[in-house]
Design a protein around this ligand. Structure first.
Ligand code: CUO
Length: 682
């Protein structure tokens, strides 16, 4: 029987023929599986590829399902989930992989497909299948940045990495440094945000999030995860909140939503990356580009800006009427309980949308329109820009304008819900008497950020080159780890349980004026959420920043599989792959300013009895649940995502300080940026 782990080797060296060696292993590919170029010389190529191998994996010759639809996308075309045609193609390939009866058969069809279908499509469809097939649980998908490094780093660095691995023996190779900021000069104010937009970990998180929450599949259960529409809203809302805090950390005003689709987009973006698969540069977008109607025969795309505007208007109408109309003409209320989830699926849109004819496909098409703004009619045979792919979209300043706009629509709904009452917020008998945050040996209530250099091995993504590790060295934001100390008083006579929620937001707006809560709430960044048990009387809770329910550790972001790996066979190992989703811990805290960015740190203890979801979470990778949920489980919090800041504050609570009930507290925190670079100590 085939070992399911071997399937992971199919991700390595994605454009090389499948019979080439991977990690000292080769697949013994049946001659009939070889492509036309290699079949006549099978002996020659297969034995050459196997010269230095230690393991040969037999591949059974089975009858292969019809792959014509997956093969209709060219091997050297760019694949995008935002294109309906590509989604259908991917859906077909996912079905084929999901329907193979055994791991053996899956291995055969995957080996056959690998040299015939588009490599990025192959990676995506196989990843989704491995995540969702019951017999392939617990596999560690390699980091997408290792398999397709060309989507994450400068093409000049790619060339140097190639030279290093061709000329120098493994063991003597030097890491190649990715320049700190290579995509623009300081003349572009937006460029100050390069470290956020181009961060490898952030882009990996986004790619992984969309892998875990696909919006289309013919097996509905792959899409229909608990509260996935709401999570789409919330995870992206938090990205915008975080981005705005970074803007304040760079003396920039908050991002302006792209709310008039006929306006030109002031910001340009020149990615300076070459696609390995397409052998073409990722197209740039010049400053002041306007969107145009899309008519691209090759993509089966014929959509007008007017369509987007119509969908938008209908969505607003539904929000203002308080219900949506499903395909059979039934009214679905946009209520407090499920309204946001319905809207999430409708606006994104996913196949769970109640009515795609009426409400269309607004958000996905926004990505497509923007990504094709340079060649809307395919006149120049150009592919899409970085906005067209979830692994690259966050690099572009326009991503944040688009998602701010999408968020504005969600907020229109949220602003119509009744404000939380005192009773819905308070936890009677429980009060917070003090909060402090401090880094080890640091000043209280001061957080410190700096730059760090880390190495990642990209060798699995380098094709047609000698084997062996090849490292890129990149700079990223980092902060000193810190600890929260929270004093909580339990006035009752019995032990009680609390759900602690920690948020942070800048105190002042871009004019350095204190913010009203109705604005500040949109900038609240979730930092952590956890359960505590409270004995009668005073309690002191300590919690480390590395335990955050939002983030995953550096090693997991980059899938450094030797580090932090749960022991084989442990329950934790089972869901390790889901663990690839999570905000990167090195980006937990915004950069701050050299002179200090003033923030409010907010802590709330709510009644866990009201919030709890009873389910077993051991080994479920629940440690980054705030933005990623928990695999095959309910979202582990009954409250709306973003509670208590997801709605407008009650009358009288104009400022955060007036919002506080006894179970909440705030403290002034300063984020100081120390402009120095330190190497990572392993
Ligand atoms: Cu994640 Cu627009 O949904 O990029």
């Amino acid at each position: 029987m085939a070992d399911k782990k071997n399937l992971l080797l199919l991700f390595d060296h994605p454009t090389e023929p499948v019979f080439m060696d991977k990690a000292k292993t080769v697949f013994d590919v049946p001659d009939s599986f070889l492509t036309d170029r290699y079949r006549p010389i099978s002996n020659e190529v297969q034995s050459r590829a196997g010269e230095q191998v230690e393991q040969r994996i037999p591949v059974r010759d089975i009858s292969i399902p019809d792959l014509r639809i997956p093969m209709s996308l060219g091997r050297d075309e760019q694949f995008s989930l935002f294109l309906p045609k590509h989604r259908r193609i991917a859906g077909r390939l996912i079905d084929i992989f999901m329907n193979m009866r055994t791991v053996d058969d899956l291995q055969s069809v995957a080996v056959y497909a690998r040299d015939r279908v588009n490599p990025v499509l192959f990676n995506y469809a196989l990843s989704v299948a491995l995540l969702h097939r019951p017999d392939t649980q617990g596999l560690d998908l390699p980091s997408f940045s290792q398999t397709f490094p060309d989507r994450f780093i400068d093409s000049q660095v790619m060339r140097q990495l190639r030279e290093e691995s061709f000329v120098v023996q493994p063991g003597s190779r030097m890491p190649i440094t990715i320049p700190r900021d290579y995509t623009a000069s300081d003349l572009d104010p937006e460029h100050r945000l390069w470290y956020f937009r181009e961060d490898l970990g952030i882009n990996l998180h986004h790619w992984h999030w969309h892998l875990v929450y696909p919006f289309e599949a013919s097996d509905r259960s792959i899409v229909a995860k608990d509260r996935r529409g709401e999570l789409f809203y919330y995870m992206h809302q938090q990205v915008i909140a975080r981005y705005n805090a970074e803007r304040f950390s760079n003396n920039l005003a908050r991002v302006q939503p792209f709310n008039n689709l006929r306006d030109s987009i002031a910001e340009g973006y020149f990615p300076k990356m070459d696609s390995l698969v397409a052998s073409r540069a990722w197209p740039p977008r010049f400053e002041n580009t306007k969107l145009s109607d899309l008519n691209r025969e090759a993509d089966q795309l014929n959509v007008e800006i007017g369509d987007l505007e119509r969908w938008r208007d209908r969505i607003y109408e539904a929000i203002h009427q308080g219900f949506v109309m499903d395909e059979r003409g039934n009214r679905l209320a946009l209520d407090e309980a499920t309204g946001i989830d319905t809207l999430g699926n409708m606006i994104e849109s996913s196949i769970l949308s109640p009515n795609r004819v009426l409400y269309g496909d607004l958000h996905n098409n926004g990505h497509t329109f923007i990504s094709y703004a340079h060649d809307p009619s395919n006149k120049h045979l150009e592919s899409f820009g970085v906005m067209g792919d979830v692994s690259t979209a966050m690099r572009d300043p326009v991503f944040y304008k688009w998602h701010s706009y999408i968020d504005r629509i969600f907020q229109e709904h949220k602003s119509r819900l009744p404000a939380y009452t005192d009773a819905q917020l308070n936890y009677s008998g429980i009060s917070i008497t003090g909060i402090q945050v401090a880094a080890n040996g640091g000043q209280p209530n001061t957080l410190t950020t700096f730059w760090q250099q880390s190495d990642v091995d990209l060798s699995r993504g380098f094709d047609f080159l000698p084997r062996g590790n090849v490292f890129a060295r990149f700079s990223h934001l980092q902060h000193l780890p810190f600890t929260y100390t929270i004093n909580i008083n339990n006035d009752g006579g019995a032990q009680r349980f609390g759900y602690v929620r920690i948020f942070m937001a800048p105190k002042n707006d871009e004019r350095r004026q204190p913010m009203l809560l109705r604005e500040q709430r949109l900038m609240m960044i979730e930092l952590d959420k956890f359960v505590v048990s409270l004995n009668p009387g005073p309690n002191t809770i300590r919690r480390r920043s590395t335990e955050s329910s939002v983030t995953i550790p550096f090693e997991r972001t980059f899938r450094n599989l030797d580090a932090n790996r749960p022991t084989t066979g442990s329950p934790e190992e089972l869901e390790f792959n889901f663990c690839g989703c999570g905000w990167p811990n090195h980006m937990l805290i915004p950069k701050g300013l050299p002179e200090g960015l003033q923030c409010d740190l907010f802590v709330m203890v709510s009644n866990y009895e009201n919030d709890r979801i009873d389910q077993q979470l051991v080994g479920r990778c629940s440690d980054a649940a705030s933005y990623c949920g928990v695999r095959d489980r309910l979202y582990p919090d009954r409250q709306s995502m973003g509670y208590p800041f997801d709605r407008l504050p009650r009358t009288g609570a104009d400022r955060l300080v007036n919002f506080l009930t006894p179970n909440m507290s705030i403290v002034d925190v300063t984020i100081r940026h120390d402009n120095r670079t330190v190497p990572r100590q392993n």
